[in-house]
Design a protein around this ligand. Structure first.
Ligand code: ATP
Ligand code: AMO
Length: 476
């Protein structure tokens, strides 16, 4: 039994040793009848391998090796040496493998729909398929990359992005569990539109209709009513919104939490702020090498600014309105209280805050009641506002949350004021939870894909989704 070596285990000390590796052929070329080169790739890392005529290597073996189909998976045994000329395109420089044996493990087709190395470069937003870039290399559009996502996932950049995504989920769960929170799994097949909106996917459910949950909102609150005190979930969220934008998916990974408080919803807000500061600062620490890799394609990946004092910057919605006004963007009285910021305003506010406070992460508290869902608690001091907050990264929303109404009369009145009928089928179980007594609580919902996208400064949320779902795309 041969145990193979990972590229990441190689170092200067590996020189002179015979090793066996299993890797993909990134590139193969026959130099002469006596010499051929392979570039080998393992999770985005590359190393060059050479095969030269010498006992016991035959000319036929050189021809075979240099003619291997790109992307095939091979097992190679060879001696680690220093190359005569340093290889600039290899990620593990100054080491190369002198091949002794080659075994095919899984052969790739001769014609691939795209080359992994062509997908290494960031996809242009506008160019057409088939064009070439300034250096004459073929341009691969985002559509081609997503159509061939399995190949695209093999690029160094995609490898690193999927690690960041894994890291966000890991850090979220770690922080929640450390704080005594319980991991919950609420149903995604539900009998009624969860938040009372119309953006739900309908599914056939035997003899009746069901829906795909647009959020665990009502269930996480019902868990609080079930005395679970502090809960979190990582699960898919479905949105039947025909939004063809850079940041909307129809299915995304939702990070949700809900928590009781004693005196004020700011106890939960502060908890959520610390959670995000933890996730974002630990990403920088634990995933520094992945961030450096992504930076080669997306230069903003490494420049995400966190508040220097380690505390989240918290402003009120009206402070945001005032900052925009100073910059010449005036919202009318009606716009302020009924509309919320447009995407353009949010982005501009993000820039203003970066310049003024030197941070890309901040929180706005006290949104107008008119723009928040029915379960949101109004500000007891001024009912035009609410005890609700949004979190932003680089001027775009990554989290929404609020104190929830826990008094049944208040909840029913709020539903009616939003045009919802509390007696409507589907709300009964939720409302009963409040009739039976429920402690004061607050929570929030985060979009994992958006956190990854804005942390890394990616131009499109699809790059931060394994197999993205949008109004046009249901495959692969
Ligand atoms: P988010 O608020 O982050 O978008 P959401 O699910 O709450 O998440 P909406 O509130 O419906 O989304 O939309 C928020 C913003 O997204 C809007 O200000 C709008 O500018 C933008 N948006 C939504 N749908 C579209 C669309 N189809 N085309 C362009 N922009 C859109
Ligand atoms: P909201 O609808 O704002 O709030 O969603 C919460 C977070 O989910 C992300 N998000 C999306 N990500 C990708 N594509 C989409 N189409 C999309 N829509 C939303 C965003 C957003 O901030 N129940 C409340 C949360 C709560 O109050 O606890 C809710 O679902 O990052």
């Amino acid at each position: 039994v041969i145990s193979s070596t990972r590229f990441s285990q190689l170092s200067e000390d590996s020189q002179g040793k015979e090793i066996t590796v299993v890797a993909r052929v990134d590139n193969a070329r026959v130099q002469s009848a006596k010499l051929a080169f392979l570039m080998l790739r393992q999770q985005g890392q590359k190393i060059q391998a050479v095969i030269a005529a010498a006992e016991p290597i035959s000319r036929q073996m050189i021809k075979y090796t240099g003619g291997l189909n790109v992307n095939s998976i091979v097992q190679i045994t060879g001696i680690v040496k220093k190359p005569e000329i340093p290889i600039s395109s290899a990620t593990i420089q100054n080491l190369e493998l002198h091949i002794r044996k080659v075994y095919m493990i899984s052969e790739a087709a001769q014609m691939l729909p795209m080359q992994v190395k062509d997908a290494e470069r960031p996809p242009p937003e506008t160019n057409e398929e088939g064009e070439v870039d300034a250096e004459g290399a073929p341009i691969v559009t985002l559509k081609t990359r997503l159509d061939n996502r399995v190949l695209d996932l093999q690029t160094e950049t995609s490898q690193a992005i999927t690690w960041i995504s894994s890291g966000v989920a890991e850090l979220f769960a770690e922080y929640m569990i450390k704080s005594g929170s319980r991991w919950i799994f609420t149903p995604k097949l539900v009998g009624a539109a969860t938040e009372g909106g119309s953006n739900v996917f309908e599914v056939k459910y035997f003899k009746r209709n069901g829906y795909l949950a647009q959020s665990p909102q009502l269930y996480k609150q019902m868990c609080i009513a079930g005395d679970m005190e502090n809960v979190f979930e990582i699960a898919p969220v479905f949105r039947a919104e025909d939004s063809n934008t850079h940041r909307h998916l129809t299915e995304f990974a939702g990070l949700d939490f809900e928590k009781t408080f004693e005196n004020h919803y700011h106890e939960v807000l502060e908890f959520a702020e610390n959670l995000l500061v933890f996730i974002l600062s630990q990403l920088k620490e634990r995933y520094a090498s992945q961030i450096a890799t992504i930076q080669k394609s997306y230069p903003k990946a490494g420049d995400f600014k966190l508040p220097k004092d380690g505390k989240a910057l918290r402003l009120n919605y009206m402070d945001g309105v005032a900052l925009l006004k100073e910059a010449g963007v005036d919202m009318s009285e009606q716009e302020r209280f009924e509309n919320d910021f447009t995407t353009a305003m949010e982005k501009q506010l993000g820039q203003i805050i970066r310049e003024k406070y030197d941070t890309d992460f901040y929180v706005l508290d006290k949104f107008p009641m008119a723009v928040r869902p029915f379960y949101t608690k109004a500000d007891p001091k001024d009912s035009r506002f609410s005890n609700s907050y949004d979190f932003f990264m680089r001027g775009e929303e990554i989290m929404s949350g609020a104190q929830r109404i826990h008094n049944i009369e208040e909840l029913e009145a709020s539903m009616r004021s939003k045009g919802l009928d509390p007696t409507q089928e589907g709300f009964e179980d939720y409302l009963n939870a409040f009739r039976q007594g429920c402690p004061p609580h607050a929570g929030g919902g985060l979009g994992l894909n958006r956190i990854v996208m804005f942390f890394l400064g990616l131009p499109n949320v699809r790059l931060a989704s394994l197999f993205p779902r949008d109004p046009q795309r249901l495959r692969p």
